[in-house]
Design a protein around this ligand. Structure first.
Ligand code: F6R
Length: 365
């Protein structure tokens, strides 16, 4: 049932504050300001040699975001891989490591094969999965469900932000257990996570503005998305959503890679969507925007008020997000990139809930 919404995808975008709140409430002890993980983890965070992550598509991009969190909070090395590459690469694994697989359906063939490879190679396998009865959930040692509820739209939205919520909680817990996050910092991070649904509601208020911007995007042949730090996976997720829904060619790049190739694409016809909260790397992204502007590129900036103030370039549009703690920025900034893809697709008249050639569950490789 789509409720009052035209498409399942839009309904699922709007469900996010609620399902992210449900998911965080499951993993965070709000009153105590602590992360609450499944009891009896079969490993000790302090002795964990490394973390590996394997997943596909949007779930892979949740994993890539988590790499930044695990490295920042827990000071632990993370290998992240696309499952279809991981499964055949025969990568050596130090026994006793942690393998995290991320999957909405829990049935993705390549992700399942990666899980099995990791198990055979002595890893503890933890699944972040939306379908608790799935094969991936059944075969994993530890299951941390996302509580997004059934996702009908083929393009993943609410499962993605719930994956981010689970992975952020896990990274904070790892940081605490490894002694890099103290009780006060944990409390602050937990509070920030609790605020995410409220900020997502704020972000949803930009829908009308974004629908207007989508009219312009629907005329583009190619769209480039740029971001740095945790905004880099979100830029890639924005590009993935746009291409799968609207069939417009889109690419997500780390902003710092611009001058190593993609800058050659930029001309007056090329929209460049920059995902850039006013964070530690904001200034660096500003210099990339200047490079785009100097070549006549059409900049569409997704930032907060401070970022808008300090952008130093002309933009064709600026989508202003609430000012959010850095840790939850990827969760909140997912909302505008989903709405951009959704409205561009609606503008193009494509089948939003069932894009051509795609399947919700990819059980064959
Ligand atoms: C993109 C999308 C796909 C899936 C990918 C993995 O919107 O939905 O990229 O994320 O096929 O699927 P799961 O998460 O079921 O393993």
């Amino acid at each position: 049932d789509k409720g009052n919404h035209k498409h399942f995808m839009l309904k699922e975008i709007y469900e996010q504050p609620e399902v992210v709140a449900r998911t965080t409430a499951h993993y965070l002890d709000m009153a105590a300001g602590k992360v609450r993980l499944p009891a009896d983890l079969p490993f000790d965070w302090a002795n964990l040699p490394r973390i590996s992550i394997a997943a596909c598509g949007t779930a892979y991009l949740a994993g890539l975001t988590a790499k930044y969190w695990f490295e920042r909070f827990a000071r632990i090395q993370v290998d992240i891989d696309i499952a279809s590459e991981f499964r055949y690469r025969e990568t050596p694994m130090v026994p006793g490591g942690l393998m995290i697989v991320v999957s909405q359906s829990g049935e993705t063939a390549d992700t399942l094969a990666s899980l099995r490879y990791a198990k055979e190679n002595g890893q503890h396998v933890l699944a972040v999965v939306n379908v608790p009865t799935s094969t991936i959930a059944r075969e994993s040692h530890i299951v941390m469900p996302t509580l997004a509820g059934p996702e009908i739209g083929v393009a993943s939205t609410k499962a993605f932000t719930c994956q981010l919520a689970v992975l952020a909680s896990l990274a904070i817990a790892a940081g605490k257990a490894r002694g890099f996050v103290n009780a006060e910092e944990e409390d602050k991070l937990v509070r920030a996570m609790m605020e995410a649904p409220r900020y997502m509601n704020e972000a949803l208020k930009q829908e009308e503005h974004i629908a207007g911007i989508a009219k312009m995007l629907s005329k583009a042949r190619d769209v480039l998305y740029l971001g740095r730090g945790t905004s880099y996976p979100i830029a890639m997720e924005g590009a993935l959503k746009l291409k799968e829904l609207s069939y417009i060619h889109a690419e997500g790049y780390a902003a710092g890679e611009l001058k190593h190739g993609p800058i050659a694409l930029i001309d007056e016809t090329m929209p460049v969507i920059v995902i850039a909260p006013f964070d530690k790397v904001y200034e660096k992204t500003v210099s990339n925007m200047q490079e785009v502007a100097a070549r006549g590129g059409q900049i569409l900036l997704v930032t907060d008020e401070k970022g808008a103030e300090h952008a130093e370039v002309e933009t064709v549009a600026t989508i202003v997000m609430p000012d959010v703690p850095a840790t939850i920025a990827p969760i909140v900034y997912s909302v505008p990139i989903q709405l951009i893809a959704y409205h561009t697709a609606v503008e193009m008249g494509t089948d939003v809930d069932q894009p051509r050639n795609l399947a919700k569950s990819v059980t064959v490789e």
